[in-house]
Design a protein around this ligand. Sequence first.
Ligand code: HEC
Length: 108
Amino acid sequence: MRAHILLSVLVLLSRGALAAPPAVDPAMLELADRSRCLTCHDLDETVRGPAWRDVARRYRGKPEVEDALVSKVHEGGGGAWGNDYMSANKRVGLENIRVLVRWILALP
Ligand code: HEC
């Protein structure tokens, strides 16, 4: 497990995700990894889902979207970024999803 986390942090480092200051909180990356978000998302690159910095940019100054994003991540949904659909993430507790969404929305 520890080696796995270290490996994903190294992968992110090599992609430059942690290069730009202020540094990305490793505990949040670990939560995102544990929650399986990183199979479809990256901070800087579009994978299956949009780059999280693009998500932050789109909703900057619109904190009212938080609740809708939390339910969308939990229930799954599409239509906002392209033709792909985010499957439900129901194994991830709502509290953790809220923590993740807040963090994503605040990404520089
Ligand atoms: C199976 C792939 C997949 C997984 C796993 C996944 N996502 Fe997504 N995510 C997507 C796709 C595809 C979209 C774009 C959906 C759309 O166009 O509306 C998306 C969109 C988003 C958005 C933006 C939604 C919007 O309406 O603008 C957020 C925030 C997000 N994901 C967070 C997460 C978090 C947090 C997790 C982990 C708990 C996660 N995603 C797991 C594929 C995934």
